[in-house]
Ligand binder design. Structure first.
Ligand SMILES: Cc1cc2nc3c(=O)[nH]c(=O)nc-3n(C[C@H](O)[C@H](O)[C@H](O)COP(=O)(O)O)c2cc1C
Length: 373
């Protein structure tokens, strides 16, 4: 079967060519979650790509671009149009997002009995920002064995809600998380004395909320309602049976999200409750802060997120204190001194028992993230 798909952002219509006939269908923002398992394409790279787009990534920007090379390689690029220039001025979070994509791509190859040789930055490490050079080259080889973490992929979420503060995370659960990492020495966790971490993380959250350039970067990525989410299944999706009617009634608008306005106040109150509904934090530290270390930290974040899911736990990154824009300098220094052990904290996240299951977030289909050679 000759099958090609093409997605047009403006209309949200997917055109699928099957047996020479073009068919159209509404794009489904959650379609990739369902289609990954059903993808029986012969090319193992395309099957892996269908899974890899489900990776966690900063602001759901999905900044990955793939170029298939020859019969058995894939070059991974950072989409320079999907930067977060205000809150991620050096593309560090963007690169961690590509790390998660890469690790999920590899796990999906292992499921197919293949393995991958991953070469980070085959043409050199870009500094101070990412550029058009590949972030990694992946070459397939035989001999992969499935990783048990893969079973958690469909249920993995970043759960943005208060957790059950009455149920402690156990040391055995933390040990399982650490054991899932490629670089377990980078793992940090606190389940008892969390006051100082929470205080820094919350103040950092407010620094971002009160910095107009940083805050508006998020507002500009908000998709208001199901039609907008369908047209652009990325960014911050405000949709569903609860929010769609509010949006239609004009109660939830971009202008209402501006600092001091009701939407902004709602966001502040929501996050205050989220930080209060937290009784454990985890973090990742790298010895240096090279591009290769940032990429590797992103790979391990995916593994930590999957291990937490397998343990019945929820996670949510709280990245504000780790952001490198000038107004954040105070909390940044505080969190690095408190948790960094002389290295660099790459990820800070809440960890806990979910009160209810979180919904999946939208994705662009993998076909739309492949560039021609
Ligand atoms: C490097 C990185 C930083 C992130 N920072 C935050 C954050 O500060 N706050 C937050 O709520 N989620 C954060 N996330 C989670 C993303 O918002 C989430 O992965 C994305 O919306 C997709 O949703 P999903 O993980 O549930 O599939 C981060 C994820 C990554 C990989």
């Amino acid at each position: 079967m000759n099958r090609r798909t093409l997605l047009t952002a403006a209309t949200g219509i997917v055109l699928t060519q099957e047996g020479g006939l073009w068919r159209s269908a509404r794009a489904e923002p959650l379609g990739p979650w369902r289609m990954a398992a059903a993808n029986t394409t012969a090319d193992p790279r395309l099957r892996a790509a269908g899974w890899a787009v489900l990776a966690p990534n900063a602001h759901n920007r999905q900044p990955w671009l793939m170029r298939m090379e020859g019969a058995d390689s894939m070059a991974l690029f950072f989409d320079l149009d999907r930067r977060l220039p205000e809150t991620d001025p050096f593309d560090r979070q963007g690169l961690m997002s590509l790390g998660g994509f890469l690790e999920l791509f590899r796990l999906a190859l292992l499921e197919q009995g293949l393995d991958a040789t991953i070469t980070p930055f085959p043409e050199g490490e870009p500094q101070p920002r990412l550029d058009r050079r590949p972030v990694a080259r992946v070459t397939l080889r035989a001999g992969g064995r499935p990783d048990p973490l893969f079973a958690a992929v469909p249920a993995r979420r970043s759960a943005k809600a208060p957790y059950d503060a009455t149920r402690p995370v156990t040391d055995a659960q933390l040990a399982a998380l650490r054991a899932a990492m490629l670089a377990p020495e980078g793992f940090g966790a606190e389940t008892r004395d969390i006051g100082r971490i929470r205080d820094i993380a919350w103040r950092a959250w407010m620094v971002e909320a009160e910095d107009d350039a940083a805050w508006m970067e998020s507002v500009n990525l908000m998709r208001f309602g199901s039609a907008a989410v369908t047209a652009q299944p990325d960014g911050i999706s405000l949709w569903g049976p609860e929010l769609d009617p509010m949006i239609a009634a004009g109660q939830l608008t971009p202008s209402g999200m501006v600092r001091g306005q009701p939407g902004w106040q709602f966001g502040v109150a929501r996050y205050r409750a989220i930080f209060e509904g937290t009784n454990a934090f985890i973090w990742q530290v790298t010895r240096g802060n090279s591009r290769a270390e940032q990429l590797a930290a992103g790979r391990d974040w995916l593994r930590l997120n999957l291990a937490a899911t397998a343990q019945g736990l929820a996670v949510q990154p709280v990245s504000q204190a780790l952001q490198e824009f000038p107004a954040m300098a105070g909390p940044y220094r505080e969190i690095q001194e408190l948790l960094g052990r002389g290295g660099t904290v790459q990820m800070l996240a809440r960890l806990g028992h979910p009160v209810r299951a979180a919904a999946p977030t939208p994705r662009w289909r993998h076909e739309s993230r492949i560039v021609a050679g």
